[in-house]
Design a protein around this ligand. Structure first.
Ligand code: GAR
Length: 217
């Protein structure tokens, strides 16, 4: 069982999808700590309801990023966390933090990276006028929303969408691929070579002819 620590900042719907997958036994891991940098984050309630230990570490309480990250690290290390999952965590983690968890920090981003990194990826994609939007699960490296990609899911942008409606459609996909990617990690089925992540033991024969077209005419 991999010991998982999850960092959140908000509603925690992705956290919930991971809690559910752990409960179902799809993820061979145990969520041993949930940390939020915002004490009002609803995800804290979700974690508490699931009987998971929580902690609030507010970035504003620390002199700078280094001190904030040191505190995060001490909470995670005290809980003997082996894998750090960023589930809607809205702070950037620096080299010092990442060095403590090499290739062991995984993030979800609500856009098809490398397009639309940073905040409000869904709104950026909507405003740009893309026809397919989506989400990305990736290992975290020192650049923002940049590390090796584990999994992506695409959704069409519909004519009567607004940014919120599109974000909701993307979020439903996030809830599918995030637990799936974590399940693969915990099963030891991910290999990183440079930027490329391969998934061991998948039969890709059906994928070759798959194609998602944004307008089914
Ligand atoms: C999700 O859409 C996630 O992809 C995004 O924040 C939302 C959190 O929702 N993360 C980022 O934008 C990180 N750059 P949740 O709290 O309901 O899981």
């Amino acid at each position: 069982m991999i010991r998982i620590g999850i960092l959140i900042s908000g509603s925690g719907s992705n956290l919930q999808s991971i809690i559910n997958a752990v409960r179902m036994g799809t993820i061979a891991g145990e969520i041993v700590k949930v940390i939020s940098n915002d004490e009002k984050a609803y995800g804290l309630t979700r974690a508490a309801e699931a009987g998971i230990s929580t902690e609030v570490v507010k970035h504003g309480d620390y002199a700078g990023r280094a001190a904030f990250e040191e505190k995060l690290l001490s909470v995670l290390q005290e809980a003997a966390v082996e894998l750090v999952v960023l589930a809607g965590f809205m702070r950037v983690l620096g080299a010092g933090f990442l060095a403590a968890f090499p290739d062991r920090v995984i993030n979800i981003h609500p856009a098809l990276l490398p397009s639309f990194p940073g905040t409000h990826g869904q709104a950026q994609a909507f405003t740009y006028g893309v026809k397919l939007a989506g989400c990305t699960v990736h290992f975290v490296d020192e650049q923002v929303d940049h590390g090796p990609i584990i999994m992506q899911a695409a959704v069409p942008v519909l004519a009567d969408d607004d940014a919120d409606r599109l974000a909701a459609r993307i979020l439903r996909c996030e809830h599918k691929i995030f637990p799936l990617a974590l399940a693969l990690y915990c099963a030891g089925r991910l290999r990183i070579e440079k930027r490329k992540v391969s998934i061991l033991g998948v039969d890709e024969t059906l994928l070759e002819d798959q194609c998602l077209i944004s307008c089914p005419v």
